[in-house]
Design a protein around this ligand. Structure first.
Ligand SMILES: [Zn+2]
Ligand SMILES: [Zn+2]
Length: 224
């Protein structure tokens, strides 16, 4: 399906801006820089909405220079980000006796989170763009019925549940339905088998093996 190119352009712009800022931070705050580890080449699926949304997201780990403390690194990171116009929040988190300096920054929906502690020379950088839909929602297409009234096998009747569709009438053969917040959820009628639970995909039922309940759907049968 054709990508909506404006959404892709916007996502790529945000991805480039995120990458630029991460490169500045990593070059300034860490030693032995390996920018190839910044995997920001292609957007990844962020969630399974319909349509699915994509974002650029990466994690990079580097080491502080030996002379720099965690506090100095965190405050330098906050300074660099503020100078570049990001909204910055600095905090400290105690995790089992390890004190982490945390710098979180936002700009244009992009987010960067930097973690550092005096217990390790490591500085970790996490960056992500907002998640955007790149494709228009798929139009709901009903599949062709597998059985029409004209093409029923002798001795059979058209399935009362799906009227010959064969595919699950609840989800139209997709195996999922749109739930809350446009998220895909399992079809309750077929549970991902995608076919009609009564005729199991045949579109027709053997008239001689109908239950009394099922015969109620075919009042004409008793007369014949
Ligand atoms: Zn059926
Ligand atoms: Zn279904």
């Amino acid at each position: 399906m054709e990508e909506t190119s404006r959404a892709r352009d916007e996502l790529d712009r945000l991805g480039r801006s995120l990458r630029r800022q991460l490169v500045v931070l990593i070059n300034d705050l860490t030693v032995r820089v390996h920018l190839r580890r910044l995997s920001l080449d292609e957007p990844k699926v962020a969630d399974r909405c319909e349509p699915p949304r994509y974002h650029y997201a990466t994690v990079y780990q580097g080491n502080r220079p030996a002379a720099a403390t965690a506090a100095e690194t965190a405050s330098r990171a906050a300074f660099l980000l503020r100078s570049a116009g990001w909204d910055v929040t600095e905090s400290e988190e105690d995790d089992d006796g390890v004190l982490w300096r945390v710098v979180v920054a936002h700009q244009d929906g992009n987010a960067i989170r930097i973690l550092t502690s005096d217990n390790t020379p490591a500085v970790s950088f996490r960056g992500q763009t907002p998640a955007l839909a790149l494709y228009p929602p798929k139009p709901v297409q009903q599949p062709e019925p597998v059985r029409t009234p004209e093409a029923i096998t002798p001795g059979y009747v058209l399935c009362y549940e799906c009227d010959g569709l064969g595919w699950c009438p609840g989800c139209g053969g997709r195996g999922w339905v749109l739930g809350q917040h446009h998220r895909r959820s399992r079809c309750r009628e077929c549970g991902t088998t995608k076919v009609c639970p009564i005729c199991r995909g045949a579109g027709q039922l053997n008239a001689s093996s109908l239950s009394p309940y099922q015969r109620g759907y075919y009042p004409g049968l008793d007369r014949g």
